[in-house]
Ligand binder design. Structure first.
Ligand SMILES: [Zn+2]
Length: 123
């Protein structure tokens, strides 16, 4: 099960990779200060769903911020930012998506909003 440190590292890595890929596509050299900022922001974004859904509540803490729909929303924003050349924003969104990708590989997986609502009202 990924912990806070793993999510932070994966988010930072994904953000830097995405930033470097964007720089390559645009044909301009990466800026080291921007890259460090992107790594830090990516580390924070990698834990974003856990800041919104308190993990102290145990494995069933996965609420709306961990939902499939939240992942889809972030993905949509990421594609739009990438298309419009907003490099840093795209890198940070990509980092936030890694949280869902890692949590989806655990036995609890990612719930849909419908599942979350059902759990809240019928359990
Ligand atoms: Zn989580």
């Amino acid at each position: 099960m990924p912990n806070k440190t793993m999510h932070r590292a994966r988010g930072a890595n994904a953000a830097v990779e995405d930033y470097l890929a964007s720089c390559g596509e645009k044909g301009h050299p990466p800026d080291i200060v921007t890259m460090v900022a992107v790594a830090w922001l990516g580390g924070v974004a990698g834990n974003l769903p856990d800041y919104l859904d308190d993990p102290a509540r145990g494995p069933s803490h996965r609420g709306w911020a961990h939902s499939l729909e939240a992942y889809g929303f972030l993905h949509g924003l990421y594609i739009k930012a990438r298309k419009e050349g907003r490099t840093v924003e795209a890198a940070v969104l990509r980092a936030a998506m890694t949280h869902h990708e890692e949590d989806a590989q655990t036995p609890a997986g990612l719930p849909s909003l419908l599942e979350i609502l059902f759990r809240r009202f019928f359990n």
